[in-house]
Design a protein around this ligand. Structure first.
Ligand SMILES: Nc1ncnc2c1ncn2[C@@H]1O[C@H](COP(=O)(O)OP(=O)(O)OP(=O)(O)O)[C@@H](O)[C@H]1O
Length: 263
């Protein structure tokens, strides 16, 4: 089984997908084989990893629906990027159909369906990263039931930090309920830091006290190159600017931090 890591925050737009995709990219640069599970019906990590077009039934929604051991294997796509290391990245993509799985939330044991569908399917990977939706409800619970590690992603902004704290509290409280007593938060990643915003500067100072040793470095500042890579669905290696080079280095350090935290 791969080392499984769920990236979450129950506030939206805080950089979860960006961090998941760019840490996956950085892990692949370091030679790791990575499976990205897109658990957000918006399908943003699928698109940013170049998995676009008609996906037919080969999506994470279908794999969960099947409720069969290893079903994820039939929903795995290669990363669509033109980069040497992209061959080490695979994607289990989502579409809006993933919303349909929400109706199963009340079904006894349904929260285990992704863990069951992943069983054996991610054995060939070093890491499986789950890009969670901005919620603590069923789709996030499917990810948290599937693996022992969770990482909160937050902007240095009040409501985003509140969302990260709720995610941490949920992870700490729900492991047993999700049949995953090993579940724990291994880190907090701060993204989207805008030095021009006094509120960001102020909140950044409070974060070491709030999260203590769980706070990972480096903080990821806002860079046009990161947004451009996301919007053009390209790897960071395609961003030749200084910002692109900086971003590759920062995500590389976060990937190394993740490897250290899980080894
Ligand atoms: N460090 C950064 N520099 C510049 N743009 C960024 C950075 N981090 C994220 N963004 C941009 O901010 C927007 C929101 O980021 P992202 O999609 O990762 O958030 P999210 O938490 O996954 O959102 P959702 O909750 O909707 O899934 C995107 O347009 C992304 O490209």
């Amino acid at each position: 089984m791969a080392t499984r890591v769920a990236m979450g925050n129950n506030k939206g737009g805080v950089g979860k997908t960006t961090v998941t995709v760019r840490v996956a990219e950085a892990l692949a640069v370091l030679g790791k084989r990575v499976l990205v599970m897109d658990l957000d019906p918006q399908g943003n990590s699928s698109g940013r990893l170049g998995v676009v077009g008609d996906l037919g039934a080969r999506t994470v929604s279908e794999a969960i629906k099947e409720n069969r051991r290893g079903a994820v294997a039939d929903s795995i796509w290669p990363c669509g990027w033109d980069a040497e290391y992209a061959s080490r990245i695979s994607v289990c993509p989502s579409t809006l159909d993933l919303e349909d799985r929400m109706s199963e939330a009340g079904v006894i044991g349904a929260y285990r369906r992704l863990a069951i569908a992943l069983d054996g399917a991610d054995d060939g990977y070093d890491f499986t990263l789950f890009d969670c939706p901005p919620s603590l409800f069923h789709l996030t619970q499917l990810a948290l039931a599937a693996g022992p590690n969770a990482v909160a992603v937050t902007e240095p902004e009040y409501y985003s930090i509140e969302g990260a704290l709720r995610f941490r509290a949920f992870v700490e409280a729900q492991g047993t309920n999700l049949s995953n007593p090993e579940l724990h938060l291994i880190g907090v990643i701060v993204a989207g830091y805008d030095v021009r915003k006094p509120a960001h500067v102020g909140q950044l100072e409070t974060l070491p006290e709030t999260f203590g040793p769980l706070l990972w470095e480096p903080v990821i500042p806002v860079r046009t190159a990161i947004q451009d890579a996301d919007e053009s669905q390209l790897p960071l290696v395609a961003q030749k600017s200084e910002g692109g080079r900086e971003a590759r280095a920062w995500f590389g350090q976060l990937a190394e931090r993740l490897i250290k935290a899980t080894s």
